[in-house]
Design a binder for this molecule. Sequence first.
Ligand code: DQA
Length: 145
Amino acid sequence: MAHVYVLNGPNLNRLGTREPDIYGSTTFDELAADCVATAVGLGLTATVLQTNDESELIGWLHRAQDEGAAVVLNPAAFTHYSYALRDACAMITSPLVEVHLSNPAAREEFRHTSVISAVASGTIAGFGVDSYRLGLRAVAALLAG
Ligand code: DQA
């Protein structure tokens, strides 16, 4: 069974109470459980992780590459400026789908740039928790060829 890492960047551990008008009221633990269940329904196994630390996130991407695992990545604010994260994503040879709960293109100017999108298989943004479900579906479709 193919494995997918669902990786989450800074401040996403605060989901549920963090700007709920933008990010919704689902907690991170609820989101993680939803991703695991969605993955199982797609015939995948999933590990869901969150960190506020750029270095840790890069380490997880290295691990995904070493294991040949796919990735669903919400880089959070790192999306907009982390070339180190981008370079780690560029090394991934399995599907890597960038996801966002909100639609950064409809928000502040600084969110309009993603340094990740060009090295992702694709990007899904603006659908709340559904962005992750759709991201996992995209991974399953890409793996199925
Ligand atoms: C986000 C959008 C980013 O601009 C922001 O910094 C986040 C969350 C999203 O899921 O909508 O932390 O990635």
